[in-house]
Design a protein around this ligand. Structure first.
Ligand code: SOE
Length: 400
């Protein structure tokens, strides 16, 4: 007997690049591994160029195509709009969708400015009164090892948080000849490494500790100020065919922060760390112990319990693949490991369940607004008038 499907949830996705590919995988996979109260239907993909959008829809498993995102939002067979397009489009798309009564999943960072994020959060609040759900895609929260880190802190096993040390290290722009993309254009991306990957570690620091960043002191740097204009971006700066264009965002951000519980935080976000591909490194040191995570070893969490009689043995290496760990029971037996794509599936699972129970899953647009406020504080702090104290120019150390 055919298995009766739960009520449908018509999904429309805007954009089909890297995030669109990852989200499509999640929409396809979630109902096949998790019991869902609604059945996501991959109804329509929106892309500006019809032939490319049709090819993407075919490859990624979407039933139909629209070349105007507004038509996707207006369709009666679309209940949820999944925004996977550059940051300068998020506010208009999300607000339009929410006001049309559609649930929204919006990629990170929420917006390109606090002003936009405030409008989005307000629209989400109004829509929530009508049972509409809005979520922002900080997917790394849904890595089982990150869930365990948060649980250990929440259970008091780390104690009072004294330090948060958070880095996001990549190297895909360390080659000065790597071509321009929308992520290097301030008008489209809002900022560079800061908003693109710094947003993730700000969210993770707040998620794991349950605290918020209350103040920062920052440095932003752009190492390479112009790059080749790749063929597909030849019109990026209105100079079709020109050999090179300007980089208008930061290449790296370093900042210290104060956590709401009084602890100190240090953050680093760079796409110039040769050899580091997607190294999200988070360590929390508390009065009773520490947790440490590296996404390049994403199935493992290191835990140091100062109260453990065997504490001299150092950190315990927890392989977070036991069915008792978050999400794992729906996947494989212990020790088989998950990958980058699984957190996107977990995001879909929690979103669909939240829609069915009328509970807005985190991270909400209000959570996204908080991250946006930290990003803005970092940018403000990094300006020339920030409280930067030069070190007295003592004699250079000579080494023989
Ligand atoms: C590029 O830096 C990027 O694709 C980010 O935009 C994603 O958010 C991150 O998860 C992987 O790297």
């Amino acid at each position: 007997m055919a298995h009766d499907l739960p009520p449908r949830l018509g999904v429309g996705m805007i954009g089909y690049a890297f995030m669109g590919k990852a989200h499509s995988h999640a929409w396809r996979t979630a109902p096949r591994f998790f019991e869902l109260p609604l059945h996501p239907e991959m109804t329509v993909l929106a892309g500006r160029h019809e032939s490319a959008a049709r090819a993407a829809a075919q490859t990624l498993g979407w039933d139909g195509v629209e070349t105007e995102w507004r038509r996707l939002v207006e369709r009666d067979d679309v209940d949820l709009v999944d925004i996977c397009s550059p940051g300068d489009t998020h506010a208009e798309m999300a607000i339009t969708a929410l006001e049309a009564g559609k649930h929204v999943l919006c990629e990170k960072p929420l917006a390109n400015s606090v002003a936009e994020a405030e409008l989005m959060a307000a629209a989400a609040e109004r829509a929530a009164a009508r049972g509409v759900v809005a979520m922002v895609g900080f997917t790394y929260r849904r890595v089982p090892a990150i869930q365990l880190a948060r649980q250990l802190v929440a259970d008091g096993r780390v104690g009072t948080v004294h330090h948060v040390r958070a880095q996001y290290l990549q190297d895909w722009l360390a080659d000065p000849e790597a071509p321009l993309s929308w992520r290097l254009d301030k008008q489209k991306a809002g900022s560079g490494a800061l908003g693109d990957i710094g947003a993730h570690v700000i969210d993770l620091a707040q998620f794991i500790t349950g605290e918020s960043v209350t103040g920062v002191a920052a440095i932003l740097e752009t190492f390479v100020h112009e790059r080749p204009v790749a063929a597909e971006f030849s019109g990026l700066h209105g100079t079709a065919g020109s050999a090179r264009g300007p980089v208008t965002v930061d290449d790296a951000a370093i900042f210290v922060g104060r956590m709401s519980g009084g602890g100190l935080a240090s953050f680093e976000a760079t796409r110039f760390a040769w050899g580091r591909k997607n190294a999200i490194r988070i360590e929390v040191n508390g009065s009773r112990g520490s947790v440490a995570f590296d996404f390049e070893d994403m199935n493992v969490l290191h835990f140091f319990d100062a109260a453990d009689p065997a504490a001299e043995a150092g950190f315990r290496r927890v392989v977070v693949t036991d069915p008792a760990h978050a999400y794992i029971a729906s996947w494989w037996p212990a020790g088989h490991g998950l990958g980058y794509e699984h957190a996107f599936t977990h995001q879909v699972v929690d979103l669909v369940r939240g829609i069915a129970t009328h509970e807005n899953p985190a991270p909400t647009f209000a959570d996204g607004l908080q991250v946006q406020r930290v990003l803005a504080a970092v940018e403000d702090s990094s300006t020339a008038n920030s409280a930067w104290t030069a070190v007295e120019h003592g004699q250079p150390v000579t080494t023989h």
